[in-house]
Ligand binder design. Sequence first.
Ligand code: UDP
Length: 161
Amino acid sequence: GFSYYCTASAGRERTLIAVKPDGVQRRLVGQIIQRFEQRGFKLVGMKMLKAPEDLLSQHYHNLQKKSFYPYLLCYMTSGPVVVMVWEGFNVVQTSRMMVGSTNPAEAQPGTVRGDFSIHVSRNVVHASDSVAGAEREIQLWFNGRELIDWDCCDHNIVCEL
Ligand code: UDP
């Protein structure tokens, strides 16, 4: 749920952001990272990999019956992805806003999809859609040692508590 108050736990919310193969091919990784950094979020994990199919089938477990699913798997295995974990107050909801609608035709200008994509099957980036979903996806893509606990010097400037 949404809270205007930055409690200690809300301030440590985490989400999974992935630059999909089209975003990597188009050299958009830097610009996407920049948007999350400048917004005020903290990067706590990042890696590049060619995603294995079994990992993707778990990641997209809710879409396996959709007609586009085989094409989605093909797209997501077409090249490397860059997966990241970002932390900060309300990061799940805010990053969904920053990423924009699933269908780029409906994504607002100013969002990643609204600025960099035109078609739903090549929408550049992934962002977890709920706090529970984010926790599940982070466990799927990262092991605990890959997530870095660190204090960012501006933490108390961008967020109360
Ligand atoms: N997708 C697609 N065709 C569709 C709907 C979705 O290729 O008609 C792809 C698209 O890459 C999307 C992903 O499947 O980002 C996951 O879909 P979801 O509905 O979970 O959207 P998201 O959470 O990524 O916005």
